[in-house]
Design a protein around this ligand. Structure first.
Ligand code: EPZ
Length: 421
């Protein structure tokens, strides 16, 4: 397993481009299985999760090529309809295959996703939605079995604006007879991106990106071309890195419109933010001020940037209060940040962070994708060399992050970490 060695003290300065959005690419890859035609996706990031999903889709019958960000996908027919536990347990997004399998193959057997580092993450809203569309859903030995001779359009009111449920049900509804309305739908940018791709395949979808999405099912679908939107979480990670190191970073190839809540918070801590057509620049010449932050569904502040902003809070002036409303126990980075000398006190889903003059290097452990990014940022403001183990987490969602941070002047080395016997 690899580890990162991060040298503290650098200011992040310069320009860095972001890759395609992991959380847009994953459902769009799966959506290509709704047709037997060939699709071509551009700006697909080279990430572990993308590889994992490709492997799963090939088991199900897809033929996939990938080179230099361009992916072609064709699923002439399904060879299998089962998503095995050993793949689903490593990547929850595997449950997206339920929608297309149900719509086109009328049958799906998918392992229940394992709870991730911060607690169980249910998929009850996905399953209730499939039942509303007329599918029979049963659970057996840790597997979901869903069958439907013909899905029938209906109104589905989501209890929560779940991204996964919205995407899964949008895909399934394209194969249902009649009209489906998804109410209280997720508005994260990855959802209108999925709708745009489905529309380019021939689907009839209105309202992608709003809380009410209307799908006219039964249209014949064909392969399509699509360019994956930029990754707003990768962009936000570099922007907060600039603010907390008193740096000057321009993130290019991003969509500033997807970063409004993030930009507002960076301005609130005193950073200077300039915004262009497809770039955002963050400059800071003083320590960030303490902040109050609550994670919300989009367009609120994204939970996927909570850990990174907490890393900044550990060296801000004064006290910060961070409330996590999406995954109330998404705080596995807290004990690791405290090992670096942070002063974070947790009560339920609220973290109170007392800013310190600096952190002090230590050996820490990555626990999940976004916590890993937070530890790298914290290492940049810790005196000495911080060693971060289990960086396979970060490779799931960041392409060559150590190279990109090095391009900005940060010193991050990837080293072999001998397996502890
Ligand atoms: C997506 O996960 C993202 N993953 C997550 O990013 C992100 O944190 C999350 O949305 C929230 O923005 C992908 O897009 C692949 P949800 P998802 O369904 O779809 C509850 C990353 O770092 N819920 O919107 O799984 C759930 O427990 C990852 O890239 C139910 O109760 O998230 C959570 O509290 C981490 N029942 C809330 O809804 C359900 O059936 C939001 O979850 C589904 C969800």
């Amino acid at each position: 397993m690899d580890k990162f060695v991060v040298e503290g003290g650098a200011r992040l300065e310069g320009r860095v481009s972001v890759g395609g959005s992991k959380n847009a690419a994953l459902p769009i890859m799966v959506a290509s299985m709704l047709s037997d035609g060939q699709s071509t996706l551009r700006n697909v990031p080279a990430l572990k999760d993308i590889k994992t999903l490709s492997k799963l889709m090939e088991i199900l019958g897809s033929q996939i090529t990938y080179s230099d960000g361009v992916m072609t996908l064709t699923t002439p027919e399904f060879k299998d309809f089962e998503a095995p536990y050993d793949l689903v347990k490593t990547m929850r997004a595997s449950v997206y295959v339920l929608g297309p399998l149900l719509a086109r193959h009328k049958k799906a057997k998918v392992s229940l996703p394992g709870g991730c580092a911060w607690g169980p993450r249910p998929i009850d809203l996905h399953l209730k939605g499939f039942e509303a569309l007329g599918a029979q859903v049963t659970l057996d030995a840790g597997y979901i079995l869903a069958e439907a001779d013909q899905l029938v359009g209906t109104d589905i009111h989501l209890d929560l604006p779940s991204v996964g449920a919205t995407g899964n049900l949008m895909m399934a509804a394209t194969g249902a007879k009649g009209t489906t309305r998804i109410l209280n739908a997720a508005q994260e940018p990855e959802m209108p991106a999925l709708a745009d791709y489905l529309i380019s395949m021939g689907a009839s979808i209105e309202g992608g990106g709003t809380s009410e999405i209307v799908i006219e099912g039964g249209k014949p679908l064909h392969g399509a071309e699509h360019r994956v939107i930029p990754d707003r979480i990768e962009a936000g990670t570099f922007l907060v890195g600039a603010a907390m190191t008193q740096g000057d970073v321009t993130v290019t190839g991003c969509d500033p419109d997807h970063l409004r809540a993030t930009i507002a918070k960076l301005q609130a801590v005193g950073a200077q933010v300039d915004v262009g057509e497809d770039w955002v620049r963050v400059r800071s010449t003083s320590k960030p001020k303490g902040l109050r932050l609550t994670t919300e569904y989009y367009p609120g502040f994204p939970t996927d940037l909570q850990a990174q902003f907490m890393a900044m809070a550990t060296v801000s002036e004064g006290v910060s209060v961070i409330t996590e409303e999406i995954y109330r126990d998404r705080f596995s980075h807290v004990p690791e940040l405290n090992r670096l000398g942070a002063d974070i006190k947790l009560t339920e889903n609220i973290a109170v962070v007392e800013g310190q003059p600096h952190l002090s290097a230590a050996h820490v452990m990555a626990t999940d994708l976004r916590a890993s990014a937070a530890l790298i940022l914290a290492g940049l403001v810790a005196k000495g060399e911080t060693h971060i183990s289990r960086v396979y987490h970060i490779d799931r969602g960041y392409e060559r992050i150590e190279k990109k941070i090095a391009e900005l002047g940060g010193v991050v080395r990837r080293e072999d970490e001998p397996l502890v016997t």
